[in-house]
Design a protein around this ligand. Structure first.
Ligand code: F6R
Length: 587
């Protein structure tokens, strides 16, 4: 949701903080702020807008000092106004705090702190942390104890970083990520390794209930009980920092165009890890798959992919999991799919499944994520950082990996494993349609509603395509099973409607064609995504012919491109859709 960063070392902190925040802006971006300490004095600047804009107008990176914290906010509690931007200060301006997550008991804490004389300047839940630290520091005169007492009072989820004017930087985490970057003479605290990867590839991934304190002489780790703990340094891959747009106008477009490589990468798995993962799956009596948004669409496809190998699975949307979770027991496995591995709904589902004795498998893009750590076994999709807020390459990578796992479990010799070269060729052919799809987008960009129809394996792709169009272009879009049209939605179709049909020449072709006739006779314009020419389409996006089972991997790409160009046509920024954030760590 939000991103937090802290720096303590010998360099000019504020420019390092701004650089780190720009790399993490994908996490949330309605306001930004930083605080530094110079000669024992706390200095702060913050405002509404994107990092580059606010930096330009307020000169955030001009604040002096070698110690500082920064934050980009994705509003949850309190409107998008300067006063709600982080950092938040304690009353006497000796402590500043940046926070990611939700302090669920903030109302009660705020009342209590107000009664003891603290004055609040924002409507945020986060500000209570600064005042609690101040309250406990006044009593104990000890930073470590203040951190411990404060963490114990907070309920909900949090990662926060605090700086004290005595030149100390502290951090704590519970259910939100916080990573320490270890440089030669300096330290970073960040929500994502992208925040410091330009400076160091040595990272310490804090666990839940960890507190880290960095002062002039030492770095030390404690748990919430105050017991000293030790944490290991991990060397992270530099290429994870490759978050440039390259020759593309937007990260989203770059990521769409990476898919011919990323789907192959997702099938490069360590043999032992893959065997263990598949072994757990084959032993389970009941298999459930969960995920949110795009990852849930992968789960829906996984159900169909597995069923072709006679493996029965049920899918449960992560945000609905708590209402049907009593289905699981110790003979069950829950396979959680998540690009970020930090989505609150997914993590919550996994925790309740674990509590019921189920085994946890996961498919993630970030191996150091909370989800990977909670899992009995996990596979990485290896698609590299996905910066665009909308999931694109991570979706096809999840799918390719799910196909691959099905091949292994179902002992198939004619699945995706033997079709890699053909798939890469097919994807690059689809990507070459980029400018044709841009032209179609320009023809339909004024539409108010778009419907996407398909049957069988194509149906979850319709849902995913509609999600992409909604979030990127702000046009209302709905994915539907083509056969359901006559059961109600047909009433919406008239001569202003745009209907996209996923219509390859496979076992669904004839039935879907008759749906197209029905729509066409009501005056709708048809965009056909098909490998077979048909004059019934007003616009045709011709995809190559591949094995029937694998079509979802290529037919989503024209929809991603269409959504991208619809966004451009409607003056929306496809990398940063309004109101959305890449990593949704609130319920
Ligand atoms: C849509 C999108 C979201 C995510 C969802 C789950 O383009 O990106 O719907 O798929 O928030 O995120 P992860 O996969 O990180 O759990």
């Amino acid at each position: 949701m939000c991103s937090i960063i802290g720096y303590k070392g010998n360099e000019h902190a504020s420019s390092i903080l701004i650089e780190g925040l720009k790399k993490m802006e994908y996490r949330g971006y309605d306001s930004v702020g930083i605080a530094t300490i110079k000669s024992g004095k706390l200095l702060t600047r913050k405002g509404v807008g994107k990092v580059a804009e606010v930096n330009k107008s307020l000169g955030l990176d001009e604040l002096p000092g070698n110690l500082g914290i920064g934050h980009t906010r994705w509003a949850t509690h309190g409107g998008i106004v300067d006063s709600n931007a982080h950092p938040h200060l304690a009353c006497d301006s000796t402590i500043a705090v940046v926070h990611n997550g939700i302090v669920e008991n903030y109302d009660e804490l705020k009342d209590e702190l107000t009664r003891s004389g603290h004055v609040f300047k924002s409507e945020t839940d986060s500000e209570v942390i600064a005042h609690l630290l101040e309250e406990y520091f006044e009593i104990t005169q000890d930073i470590r104890l203040s951190m411990i007492f404060t963490c114990k009072r907070l309920t909900g989820s949090f990662a926060f970083v605090a700086i004290f004017n005595s030149s100390t930087m502290c951090g704590a985490r519970y259910d939100e990520p916080l990573i320490v970057g270890v440089g030669n003479d300096d330290y970073f605290l960040s929500s994502d390794i992208l925040g410091f990867l330009n400076y160091t590839d040595r990272a310490i991934f804090l666990d839940n209930r960890d507190i880290v304190i960095i002062d002039d002489s030492d770095i030390s780790f404690f748990d919430f009980n105050g017991d000293r703990i030790s944490r290991r340094i991990t060397q992270v891959a530099w290429e994870l920092g490759d978050a440039d747009k390259g020759k593309y106008a937007h990260h989203t477009l770059k990521e769409i165009h990476e898919q011919q490589n990323t789907i192959v990468k997702s099938m490069k798995q360590n043999k032992k890890t893959l065997e263990r993962f598949c072994d757990i799956m084959t032993r389970a009596k009941n298999i459930y798959i969960t995920g949110s948004g795009t990852s849930y669409h992968s789960a829906l496809l996984a159900k169909q992919i597995f069923s072709k190998s006679k493996i029965h699975v049920e899918t449960i949307m992560s945000s609905e999991f708590q209402y049907s979770s009593d289905l699981l027991d110790e003979n069950s496995i829950l396979l959680a799919i998540s690009q970020s591995g930090e989505t609150a709904d997914v993590i919550q589902s996994v925790k309740s499944a674990k509590a019921m004795g189920a085994k946890i498998l996961s498919i993630v893009n970030i191996p150091t994520s909370s989800l990977a750590r909670l899992s009995d076994s996990y596979l990485e999709v290896n698609c590299g950082p996905e910066i665009g807020v909308a999931a694109t390459k991570s979706f096809t990578s999840q799918l390719a990996l799910l196909y691959y796992v099905t091949d292994i479990i179902g002992r198939k010799s004619n699945g995706i494993s033997t079709s890699k070269d053909m798939l890469v060729r097919a994807i690059s052919e689809v990507l070459e349609l980029d400018s044709k799809i841009e032209r179609i987008a320009n023809q339909i960009k004024g539409s108010r509603d778009v419907y996407i129809l398909g049957r069988s394996l194509h149906f979850p792709v319709c849902l995913e395509g509609a999600l992409k169009i909604k979030e990127l272009s702000y046009i209302h879009a709905e994915g539907m099973a083509a056969g359901e049209l006559k059961h109600g939605p047909l009433a919406l179709i008239d001569n202003g409607s745009i209907v996209i049909v996923i219509h390859p020449n496979d076992s669904t072709y004839v039935d879907t064609l008759s749906n197209i006739h029905t729509i066409k006779s009501r005056g709708a314009k048809i965009v056909g995504i098909s490998n077979k020419k048909n004059s019934i389409y007003d616009y045709q996006i011709t995809i190559p012919t591949i094995s029937e089972f694998l079509y979802p991997l290529i037919e989503i790409i024209p929809l991603q491109l269409l959504a991208y160009y619809l966004a451009i046509g409607n003056n929306a920024n496809p990398d940063y859709p309004r109101n959305l954030a890449k990593s949704v760590t609130v319920k």
